[in-house]
Design a protein around this ligand. Structure first.
Ligand SMILES: Nc1ncnc2c1ncn2[C@@H]1O[C@H](COP(=O)(O)OP(=O)(O)O)[C@@H](O)[C@H]1O
Ligand SMILES: [Mg+2]
Length: 359
């Protein structure tokens, strides 16, 4: 699948953009603060119902406006019908449509247009809190697997209810039992899916890292809070007294983490800045390949400000490592020069003051 058209109205500084990306590499050039990231953000928003930069949708409406609109048109590589996703926000209410039909549930929408984004903030995947990594994992798996999204929503709801009981103090054991059953059932599903996904991701990321960076091996390790799904029930039972004291559910998949290892050592503590960047990039490229394998279609890859930090050789290796046939949107404050002579098909667009033009 690839994006054929992106229309934005009043999305951040983008008053009116009508963007027709090409199948290959789309380079969006422009000075700082011209709206390049906003364009990628609009795509992320319509594809996943959330911005990657903010939780507060009000920020996304152009200053002085009460509504914004994003429309994505995606065409399939095969004969399957194209998909149109529309996001409409009006005074705090957001509505999504797929092919003109209003969507009530996130699960009906996620994954209709698949995207993988790399942005400078993604370095937090190495250095930041576990919650950043869990969010990535949940977002990827939710796009790929409706049963995963279901388990995640059920788990979160049970966790919220259990924590609410605990917070009020002196909870009834039988009530906690009810939520424990939910946490065990759905927690198991989450853990199994995460373990399988990370094992596959690790293998692919190692291969990508080898192509774009140094020779030392990269691995991704799953660090579940509870060692195995079989131990979930026991861990909850054993932790109950402490949960009651702390008024919070202490253990479970909501505390899971994952770790990037370069040459067997945590990239967080031992990796150089360059290694950390390459590790995250490799992770993103691996995701592209994983989506292709699992969903049978390539996602659109978005690379925000990736060229600035790469020398010509590294840039060449990066573009060579992107799975063949992937559509990409690449922003840069520089020129598209590094792409010349690389044998990739690309088109150059210019973003200026929230207006997009083709060069
Ligand atoms: N809601 C909004 N309305 C209007 N302008 C905004 C809004 N949110 C952010 N901006 C402005 O949009 C500009 C472009 O931001 P951005 O897309 O990050 O640019 P770039 O990626 O090209 O550096 C910034 O100057 C920012 O102040
Ligand atoms: Mg930017």
């Amino acid at each position: 699948m690839r994006l054929t058209r992106v229309v934005c109205r009043n999305f951040r500084s983008l008053a009116a953009v009508d963007f027709a990306p090409v199948p290959g590499v789309n380079v969006v050039c422009g000075r700082n603060a011209q709206g390049k990231t906003s364009l990628l953000e609009a795509v992320v928003y319509a594809a996943t119902t959330r911005s990657h930069r903010t939780q507060t949708d009000t920020e996304l409406a152009r200053h002085g406006e009460e509504e914004f609109h994003v429309r994505l048109e995606a065409g399939a590589e095969t004969a399957a019908a194209p998909v149109v996703v529309e996001a409409n926000w009006w005074r705090g209410a957001k509505r999504f449509k797929v092919n003109g039909i209003p969507q009530g549930r996130l699960s009906d929408l996620l994954g209709r247009v698949k995207v993988v984004l790399f942005c400078p903030d993604d370095l937090a995947l190495v250095k930041g809190a576990a919650s950043v990594r869990r969010k990535l994992l949940d977002m990827e798996l939710s796009q790929l697997s409706p049963p995963y999204l279901f388990a995640l929503q059920q788990y979160r709801q049970a966790l919220r209810q259990r924590n609410e009981l605990l917070r009020r103090g002196e909870p009834e054991g039988a009530l906690l039992d009810v939520w424990d059953v939910q946490l065990i059932t759905h927690g198991r599903a989450l853990m199994e899916a995460r373990a399988a996904y990370i094992a596959e991701l690790s293998e692919l990321a190692a291969e990508m890292y080898r192509r774009i960076a140094e020779a030392e091996p990269l691995a991704v390790a799953y660090l579940p809070d509870v060692r195995t799904p079989d131990e979930l029930a026991q861990t909850l039972a054993r932790g109950r007294a402490s949960d009651v004291r702390q008024r919070l559910t202490g253990r479970g998949p909501h505390r899971d983490d994952l770790e990037l290892l370069v040459a067997g050592r945590p990239a967080r503590t031992y990796g150089s800045q360059g290694q950390q960047r390459s590790a995250v990039l490799a992770l993103k490229l691996a995701e592209v390949e994983l989506v292709r394998r699992r969903a049978g279609t390539l996602p659109t890859l978005m690379l925000d400000e990736v060229l600035a930090e790469l020398d010509a050789d590294r840039a060449r290796s990066l573009f060579a490592a992107i799975p063949e046939g992937t559509q990409s949107l690449v922003t840069t404050t520089q020129t598209a020069e590094p792409l010349r002579g690389m044998g990739v098909d690309f088109a150059v667009f210019r973003m200026e003051g929230g207006c997009l033009g083709q060069e």
